[in-house]
Ligand binder design. Structure first.
Ligand SMILES: [Zn+2]
Length: 341
């Protein structure tokens, strides 16, 4: 190994389970991370510092001031400039380790692009914040035969499980009735401690490294949960469900788009409108909105403006997030009025 690389990763190489051979494998490894929030930023930081070969980061959101408490790759200027998280993360990670190939993709992962965005990676990492996208990741990973690491953190606790398609239980084996997930606690309703996300991201990162250096026998093989407030730790072995709709029957309902609405509620008071492939001219739209909307601001990736009490953020592909309502009808009518149907 190149002496400079050896020096850089020497403390990890000294750990005998990795060694020089493991480090060389890691330097060639390619992983995709979906979602770059509290879990995603912590995880990306750990893996990029560890010397992963290449990391693709897929995220649909932009940095906001309320993210800074826990999303450890972002700084105040990122929130002020409303940079897309994928872009801000890519910049910061390149500064941390210029030897890693990092690609930020500003996109909303959905049935229409999941396989294309995730194929050709050795590992898929879950940094998402909603159950539906995790089911989609599970479908894509099982169909492509790619390992993925499920993780979630909310309030003071988090859970994680490593899924090897065809070998371990998958997410659908674990959650047999997705409908029961209807009342989902989220970071926007009950908050989240950065420490909880950090613990779970660390377990995820260790699992990722084991997989990428070829040490499958070292994987913990359980559904792990940890509460940083109570100190309670649980590890449960989950058996495969022989009748599993996803990993046994290979019916990929989320990937086929049955469960994908064109509108989704995101957060406590926001609605997202999916309008892919419209290719808006954000500069022209900004000029048109100047007389009617307040605080029209834009960067290369998105345009944001206020029509009190609402705030709209529009991406170049036509996707929009309407803040200030949970009513899909209101969101749709604002979209039609200001962006065009
Ligand atoms: Zn399954």
């Amino acid at each position: 190994m190149d002496p400079k690389l050896y020096e850089r990763y020497s403390r990890q190489i000294l750990f005998t389970e990795i060694g020089e051979a493991g480090q060389l494998r890691l330097l060639e490894a390619r992983a995709a991370l979906v979602g770059c929030g509290a879990l995603g930023t912590a995880l990306a930081n750990l893996l990029v510092r560890a010397g992963l070969g290449s990391l693709r980061i897929i995220d649909r959101d932009f940095v906001e001031p309320s993210n800074l408490q826990r999303q450890t790759l972002f700084v105040e200027a990122d929130a002020r400039d409303a940079l897309p998280k994928a872009v801000a993360a890519e910049r910061r990670l390149r500064a941390i380790n210029s030897g890693v190939e990092i690609e930020g993709v500003v996109a909303d992962l959905g049935p229409h692009n999941a396989e294309e965005l995730l194929a050709s990676y050795a590992l898929i990492l879950d940094g998402t914040d909603n159950f539906e996208t995790r089911c989609l990741l599970n479908d894509a990973a099982v169909k492509l035969g790619v390992p993925w690491i499920y993780a979630a953190a909310v309030s003071s606790y988090g859970v994680t499980m490593t899924i090897l398609p065809g070998v371990t239980a998958c997410l659908a084996c674990l959650v047999r009735t997705p409908a029961q997930q209807g009342v989902e606690e989220t970071c926007d309703t009950v908050g989240v401690l950065s420490a909880a996300a950090g613990v779970i991201a660390s377990i995820q990162a260790a699992e990722a490294i084991k997989l990428l250096v070829g040490k499958r026998e070292a994987l913990h093989g359980q559904l792990i949960s940890f509460d940083v407030w109570s100190g309670r730790f649980q590890a449960i072995r989950v058996a495969r469900n022989p009748g599993c709709v996803t990993c046994a029957r290979r019916e990929f309902r989320y990937l086929e788009g049955e469960a994908q609405p064109r509108l989704t509620l995101c957060g406590r008071d926001s609605v997202q409108i999916h309008e892919h492939g419209r290719q808006l001219d954000l500069a022209a739209l900004g000029r048109r909105l100047q007389p009617t909307a307040a605080e029209v601001r834009s960067n290369d990736f998105l345009l944001r403006f206020r029509v009190p009490p609402y705030e709209m953020t529009v991406f170049a592909d036509g996707r929009a997030i309407v803040k200030g309502t949970r009513d899909p009808g209101v969101a749709r009518s604002l979209y039609a009025r200001y962006i065009g149907a």
